[in-house]
Design a protein around this ligand. Sequence first.
Ligand SMILES: [Zn+2]
Length: 284
Amino acid sequence: MKREEFRRLASGTLILDGATGSNLMAAGMPRGVSAEHWVLEHPEVLRQLQGSYVQAGSQVVYAPTFTASRFYLKEPVADLNRRLVALSREAAPHALVAGDVTTVGRPDLSYEEMLEGYREQIEVLAGEGCDLIVIETMMAQQETMAALEAARAVCDLPVMCSFSVSSDGMLYFGGSVYEAAPALEALGADAVGINCSAGPDQLESVVRSLRECVELPVIAKPNAGLPVINDRGEAVYPMTAEDFGRSMKKLQLAGASVLGGCCGTTPAHIAALTRHVRAKEETK
Ligand SMILES: [Zn+2]
């Protein structure tokens, strides 16, 4: 997909998918296994999930390549990324498929090491025909710049960058999204914003402030609320689909135009989001 075409779509209202990981667990994926391998062993689960997201209104689905990189796996990753992209394409033939990369998960890698690892993965994602690249759940400005620079070195695809933030906009490994987002805009990102983090009800001021510090479309893909841990030690996300959808409408009014859900959201959450953000007349 051309970058201009993406920017046009993204400055209207562009609807992303919801969670992958928490839904795979709900479908039986044990904790501690490699999601990439589990998905390839249970392709019907991903087909069903992503098919449901498209029915719910998602225009973009994220290929389940999140941790299919040398930062997380010891084996060669090229073939794994290829197969996962092909699976998403099959699951959602009429949606845009984003090749998904994430944080390196540690603060001590050199910029060169990060650049090299991202380049290796993104080159395969782009080569396999992804429509765009998403760099998500990022924890620091440096690693995100490395991933964006790697993407720009190997392809001309649109690139979205989103950070995991606390409700004051701070990043996990230091710095704030308000410093990071303009730096990424200058480096050639096509949309910037937040994902994961907290619930949409806690992120309105972050989105509003972010809207003021960049010209680019702003992404909001939050969790279904802050998780509570149940007696089996599992994270439970408390927000109902309807509350999530209503709250996402507020983030849209605060300036986000690329909207989806992260941990704990389901196709029902995306359906509610779609209904609320596509509604012309709604009371604030
Ligand atoms: Zn998440």
